[in-house]
Design a protein around this ligand. Structure first.
Ligand code: T1G
Length: 690
């Protein structure tokens, strides 16, 4: 066994040169792997004792792609293309032995082998689009030649991998291995080495491009299908263009097209943002100062108080993860409604082919209901998801404290209330935590894990680990009104309303935010959430348009009218009632009105979000700036190709952000615009949000 680099060993076994890669955690194509691969293939080609080459990976997976952490530094040789060209020109057959996930550059490496052998659990994908990129090492030119154009278009534009069985069906995998991968792949390589003669190269076979040559409208159809979901993103379109090049250009020309488009994306702001986000999302799971020895508490049974929209959605997350969950409701009809909604949701998913009938039964079987809170006595975790009212929550936590077993975690799903105050009514504040789910709770990936003053490290660690188990992306937040997400949202919604009072048509404000990349604007979002959320009808404020609309029963989408009027397909139309209301309230408040530019509207919606984020960091409510970005992308639809409010501020330049905040503070005379002290000090030091 020869160590070619610290990451690649060379050894000839039964006449096969085995290149063993070992670069934890995912065998990314770091410099040591690229060098070892290139040197290993060259060594094998010169080694008369080797008649074939086998590429095998230790650890959890085959190569999972280029090393993304190297993207931001000066590239080190050998260039990945050089490695693949060496392989592609190999006179001896090369076999890839695949387990885990062959992704991105990993699949591109496998495509430059003559053969691919895999275990049934292996996955194959080109997820570069999630990084704002495209497969830059021949993936867009080779994959269509193996699996066809239609399948490739789906894979590169969504980044979703395919399984080994499908890969075998499509011809991407030559042999599925039931036994030991290394042993069987070696035997396969021995046979290929003994076979002699020429061996198939992906680039030489254009047969599967033919159908797209004959019906090129597949590309227009793909673009049409993706238009809404990929609005504003560059990478999906660039991927499609590369596949078009594979169909319309000779291989080497297509490679040049791929390289050109890859370079444009790699150097553009969208990919920078999405690469940043890739690491930010993983960073969020890390809680500084948490002792590694801190034990994670077992969560084997969960209770949920409230079987409504939130309680039902929350419960589904646990059933999806195979964790039994008991819902408590106050009366049988409400309980039946809640359980019925859960079943309906699963059946809808099954109807779309995304769940089997037995999975529906299995998951519904994990959700039980009761009217008696005492039935939660053996739960490890109980989540309260009832009406957003402090008195109600305190009453429930008082009762839970007397029912729950010692050591059970008591969690509130509150979206803004003071968790410390809730914890104060229990005898176990160290076991009280916030688990703020976002509606619809069974869909939205974001989870704000709220750390109370007295919440223990074990409960924090358990909360963060549980998030991963139920496939949520968690950020750890401190206690303040609105925590991180809603506190920032309040700032934006407040200023959006002020813009409408000052004469910007509210639909113009929404369009500016929609064009920025949000799924909807501030007012449409209000209509979706419900204008009556937090509205006190006995103390309705005539100077607040939202309250005035509620006075008219215009609660938003759920009543067919809010800021907008909605048709039966929930299509929004601006309403003169609302427009007149803004004018009336502005008149009563003596607000000067006039036209406002889109640029000013965007500034005045985004800058308060950045400033509030800086204050949140200053107060230690968020662990790091990137957590705020994770919160906004996963919880509020901030376009990931812009990274999140803090990344966006960095790309604007914090000095520019500060200058604009000061400008609006001056023209408005309102301390709402006073820049956060952290922002001021970062600008003084010439630093950015980390
Ligand atoms: N580069 C560097 N680090 C990576 C990495 C990568 N490609 N993939 C994962 N990691 C790190 C990750 O940051 C984390 O680190 C640890 O590995 C575990 O990851 C030329 C240009 C493979 C499915 O996009 O999808 O090839 O936090 O927590 O949930 O055409 O990681 O532990 O310090 O995600 O089990 C294309 C990205 C790259 C695949 C495993 N490849 N990775 O998921 O673990 S671009 C990808 C994943 C490219 C070529 C182009 C997942 C995974 P830490 P994890 P996981």
């Amino acid at each position: 066994m020869v160590a070619l680099t610290t990451m690649v060993d060379y050894n000839v076994e039964q006449g096969v040169a085995v290149l063993t890669l070992n670069n934890p955690p995912v065998n990314a194509l770091s410099q040591g792997v690229r060098q070892g691969l290139k040197e290993g293939v060259e060594k094998a080609l010169a080694d008369d004792s080797a008649s074939a080459i086998l590429i095998y990976c230790e650890g959890r997976t085959f190569i999972a792609g280029a090393d993304i952490s190297e993207f931001s530094s000066k590239p080190m040789g050998p260039d990945f293309h050089a490695v693949l060209s060496t392989m592609d020109a190999s006179a001896k057959p090369i076999v890839a032995a695949i387990h885990g996930t062959a992704l991105g550059g990993g699949l591109e490496t496998a495509l430059c082998c003559n053969y691919r052998v895999a275990v049934p659990s292996a996955k194959f994908g080109l997820p570069e689009v999630n990084l704002g990129l495209l497969p830059g090492a021949g993936g867009t030119q080779r994959l269509p030649r193996v699996v066809g154009v239609e399948k490739t278009l789906a894979m590169v534009t969504t980044g979703v991998p395919i399984g080994a069985a499908e890969a075998f069906e499509l011809g991407l995998v030559d042999q599925l291995v039931e036994g030991d991968l290394r042993t069987e792949a070696l035997a396969f390589a021995v046979a290929k080495g003994a076979q002699g003669g020429s061996h198939p190269r992906v680039r030489d076979n254009d047969a599967k491009l033919q159908s797209a040559k004959e019906n090129p409208e597949i590309f227009a159809a793909t673009r049409k299908m993706l238009a809404r979901k990929t609005r504003g993103f560059l990478a999906p379109e660039y991927n499609i263009r590369c596949i078009e090049a594979a169909v319309n250009q000779p291989f080497d020309e297509g490679m040049k097209t791929e390289a050109k488009l890859f370079g444009e994306l790699m150097t553009g702001p969208q990919s920078q943002a999405q690469q940043y986000f890739f690491f930010s999302e993983r960073q969020a799971a890390k809680v500084p100062g948490l002792d590694k020895a801190t034990e994670e508490l077992p969560i084997t049974k969960v209770g949920v108080i409230g079987g409504g929209l939130m309680g039902g959605g929350i419960s589904m997350n646990f059933a999806n993860a195979g964790i039994p969950v008991t819902i408590v409701e106050t009366n049988q009809p409400a309980l039946d409604r809640g359980l019925g909604t859960i079943r309906k949701n699963y059946e809808n998913t099954a109807r779309k082919g995304r769940l089997t009938a037995e999975a529906v039964e299995q998951r519904c079987g994990l959700v039980t209901g009761t009217l008696d809170m005492a039935d939660l006595a053996d739960c490890d975790l109980i989540i309260e998801a009832v009406f957003e009212n402090m008195a109600v929550k305190k009453e429930i936590f008082t009762r839970l404290d007397g029912i729950a077993k010692p050591g059970a975690i008591l969690a509130s799903n509150t979206s803004a209330l003071d968790l410390n105050e809730i914890a104060s009514v229990t005898s176990r504040p160290e076991s009280v935590i916030g688990l703020h789910f976002f509606s619809p709770a069974n869909v939205m990936k974001l989870l704000e894990v709220v750390r109370g003053e007295k919440t223990s490290d074990a409960v924090i660690k358990t909360g963060m680990a549980l998030a991963k188990r139920i496939k949520k992306v968690a950020i750890l937040v401190g206690v303040c009104p609105g925590f991180v997400g809603n506190r920032i949202l309040f700032a934006r919604q407040f200023e959006a309303a002020r813009l409408a009072l000052e004469g910007a048509p509210y639909e113009q404000v929404d369009k500016v935010l929609f064009d920025f990349g949000f799924p909807m604007g501030a007012f449409q979002m209000g209509d979706l959430a419900g204008l009556d959320l937090g509205w006190d009808k006995d103390n309705s404020n005539p100077m607040d348009v939202k309250d005035r609309l509620c006075d008219l029963g215009r609660y938003g989408q759920k009543t067919g009218a809010g800021f907008y009027d909605y048709d039966d397909k929930r299509m929004a139309t601006p309403s003169a009632i609302t427009t007149d209301m803004f004018a009336e309230v502005a008149g009563s408040l003596g607000v000067e009105r006039g036209e406002i530019s889109d640029e000013e509207i965007l500034d005045r919606c985004i800058l308060p979000m950045i400033n509030e984020g800086a204050k949140i960091l200053e107060e230690g409510i968020a662990v790091r700036a990137s957590d705020i970005d994770v919160c906004y992308v996963y919880g509020y639809g901030w376009p990931v190709y812009r990274g999140g409010p803090m990344h966006y501020a960095n790309s604007m330049g914090l000095d520019k952000v500060l200058e604009k905040l000061r400008h609006y503070q001056t023209v408005s005379g309102d301390d709402f615009w006073a820049p956060s002290a952290l922002l001021v000090s970062l600008v003084e030091k010439g630093e950015r949000f980390k």
